[in-house]
Design a protein around this ligand. Structure first.
Ligand SMILES: [Zn+2]
Length: 281
């Protein structure tokens, strides 16, 4: 985007809280055929769509803050009650694959299955077509980006080409970028032989607060990428709730779903310059 977006009202920053609800149906995409043998690891991931989502929804409801939940189709089918609770809270549910397969090297027909089965599953559980997408493992491919256009998606959140929203796919997809340092797993993914990141919640929230201040000074956008099985536990959730309160306390924060931001970007493009309308990115 060549012109700075303006956020609604007096807001000087847009903050998108996003939760990737991978869940235990995604375990095979992470550990392969061992998934069936790993009861302990499966239980860690099961915590996400069950306890983690419940606790996060309480934190969001208390503060009347909306969020975006990226859910693999298979996880939505396995935990329909959690999906209904998310939707009932006024939050957005977006697409995160079907079996959460890593796209890199995946044959084109399986990439198509991942998109189409995920759409079907989310629509059958929530009654709503997902309009946003985040690639599992945060690696988008040309094949899947083209499928997003074909299937009428409005936005993607898998890339890192700017600090602010920009356009992809010749202007057909709004990109809502994320950053790996703003992903909870980068700091807190401690899981036996799979992950050994044990950050201190207060230190990580301090880091994210500095990122917030930086984005606020530039009147930009901040997307946090969180996982209910990670951030939804103990001291991490308490520290995260305090971070939301601190952001609210500035009186200048627009907490928005990714769909709300994407719609605002599209409206700006329509009324923007001919260069923007042509979809130059
Ligand atoms: Zn994921």
């Amino acid at each position: 985007m060549s012109e700075k977006l303006s956020w609604p009202g007096d807001a000087e920053i847009a903050v998108a809280l996003t939760f990737d609800v991978d869940g235990d149906p995604s375990l095979e995409s992470i550990v392969g055929a061992e998934a069936a043998q790993r009861l302990s690891t499966a239980s860690y991931f099961r915590y996400g769509p069950t306890n983690g989502v419940k606790r996060i929804l309480e934190v969001l409801a208390t503060r009347a803050v909306p969020a975006t939940f990226y859910v693999p189709g298979a996880t939505a089918l396995a935990y329909p009650d959690s999906m209904r609770a998310i939707a009932a809270g006024g939050h957005e549910i977006a697409h995160h694959g079907h079996h959460h397969l890593k796209l890199l090297g995946l044959p084109a027909e399986l990439q198509r299955d991942e998109v189409e089965r995920g759409v079907e599953a989310l629509q059958s559980v929530t009654g709503t077509l997902p309009r946003g997408y985040r690639a599992p493992f945060g690696e988008l491919t040309p094949e899947t980006l083209a499928l997003l256009v074909t299937h009428g998606f409005v936005y993607d959140s898998s890339c890192q080409g700017d600090d602010s929203p920009y356009l992809e796919a010749a202007g057909k997809i709004v990109e809502l970028p994320f950053a790996w340092e703003l992903v909870d797993a980068s700091h807190f993914f401690a899981l036996g032989d799979i992950g050994r990141a044990v950050g201190h919640p207060d230190a990580v929230m301090g880091h994210w607060w500095t990122e917030f201040e930086e984005a606020l000074a530039r009147q930009q956008m901040l997307t946090l990428v969180l996982h209910p099985e990670i951030i939804g536990r103990g001291a991490k959730l308490a520290a995260f709730a305090s971070l939301i309160d601190r952001m609210l306390g500035t009186g200048r924060t627009w907490f928005a779903t990714h769909r709300q931001v994407a719609d605002l970007v599209l409206a700006a493009v329509v009324t923007g310059s001919p260069e923007e309308r042509s979809g130059a990115d």
